[in-house]
Design a protein around this ligand. Structure first.
Ligand SMILES: NC(=O)c1ccc[n+]([C@@H]2O[C@H](COP(=O)([O-])OP(=O)(O)OC[C@H]3O[C@@H](n4cnc5c(N)ncnc54)[C@H](O)[C@@H]3O)[C@@H](O)[C@H]2O)c1
Length: 324
């Protein structure tokens, strides 16, 4: 079975490509290398450099390779940036995603998996956050994913395109060969590990007066390999219909806990300084992933923070300047 992975040179897409190959799938990666790294793309993959804004280019790839399913990771991904530059998200993310869906429908692809986000839930009434939670996008980024999710629901009804919307919380960790290398880096674990590597001199904690056990924000970190396995399970389940899952570890870890674990693992003191809160940061965000556990038998294999941060640290040691 052949799978087209957009954004497969990026963090999560490259790990999913690795796991798809290991599971016996053929993989075609489409990526414009705007954030991704050519070195992150597994060798056995057919790599096509191209931009989803180019309808003809993506149409030609789908027509030529005839994938049985598409996994769509390529996206602008920064909540903060989306507040500054909303059109990158409300126009580009949406139009690029629709270009891909149109190519899928035109050339007979029947299955589509979308990387969605916890940023759909800006005002959660319950914690952990499950699929019954009201959708209140927290930014133009979250809104762009919401529009793509809703588009997929219509394409299921009108064109029979079966979709999987996987709403991840914070992807983290690494495999032996693939890890997180963004520019700019905005995610806590790689930033903390950059301090341990001497690339930054300290980590700033954005507020320590939240209503959480140690006052710092609590987030759900899901290991990128667990995420990849969820994609493969979801792909199999699309035979029986469309699906939507929230995906996380189910456990919350505070900013201070992440820093403390990174200190233990790296043996570096990792100086930390408390700064002001960032606007829009909720105190706690934890995923309720019971539905995917029950329906697909998915379970996080890397539940502990030590395991998640430890795998990221191993990758950093082998890639001191990232991929480049
Ligand atoms: N990292 C997380 O914690 C997280 C959480 C929730 C959702 N997501 C979603 O998961 C997906 C992957 O995230 P990531 O962290 O791996 O991001 P990433 O930036 O590492 O990867 C995205 C990839 O898409 C490519 N790309 C971007 N725009 C493109 C375009 N127009 N045409 C072709 N390629 C393009 C980039 O070059 C990059 O390789 C994104 O859709 C993101 O919104 C990520």
């Amino acid at each position: 079975m052949k799978i087209l992975v957009t954004g497969g040179a990026g963090y999560i897409g490259s790990v999913v490509a690795e796991e798809l190959l290991a599971a016996g799938y053929e993989v075609v990666v489409f990526d414009n290398l705007f954030q991704g790294h050519r070195q992150a793309v597994p060798e056995a993959v057919v790599f096509v450099e191209g931009d989803l804004a180019d309808r003809r280019a993506i149409g030609a790839v789908v027509k030529e390779h005839k994938p049985e399913a598409i996994m769509h990771f390529a996206s602008h991904t920064l909540v903060g940036e989306s507040m500054q530059q909303p059109f990158l998200y409300l126009r580009d993310n949406v139009v690029n995603g629709l270009n891909l869906m149109a190519a899928a429908c035109e050339f007979g692809v029947e299955k589509f998996i979308l990387s969605s986000t916890a940023n759909l839930f800006d005002d959660p009434k319950r914690m952990p956050i499950d699929e019954s939670e009201e959708i209140v996008p927290g930014s133009p980024y979250g809104e762009s994913k919401n529009i793509l999710e809703r588009s997929l629901r219509w394409l299921d009804k009108t064109k029979g395109l079966r979709y999987g919307c996987l709403r991840y919380f914070n992807a983290a960790g690494a495999t032996k060969e693939r890890g997180e290398d963004h520019d700019p880096e905005t995610h806590l674990i790689p930033l903390v590990l950059q301090v341990a590597q001497g690339i930054r001199n300290k980590i700033i904690i954005f507020g320590d007066d939240y209503d959480t056990p140690d006052g710092t924000c609590v987030r759900d970190y899901i290991h990128v390999s667990d995420l990849a396995r969820a994609h493969i399970l979801a792909l199999g389940a699309l035979d029986t219909g469309s699906l939507t899952y929230n995906l996380g570890n189910g456990q919350g870890f505070s900013v201070k806990e992440v820093i403390e674990v990174a200190r233990k693992i790296s043996g570096h003191p990792i100086p930390a300084e408390v700064g002001p809160r960032r606007p829009g940061d909720p105190a706690t965000l934890v995923a309720g992933s019971e539905k995917i556990k029950k329906e697909l038998g998915w379970k996080a294999r890397h539940e502990s923070l030590e395991d998640i941060v430890g795998s990221a640290w191993e990758w950093c040691k082998g890639h001191p300047g990232g991929y480049d």
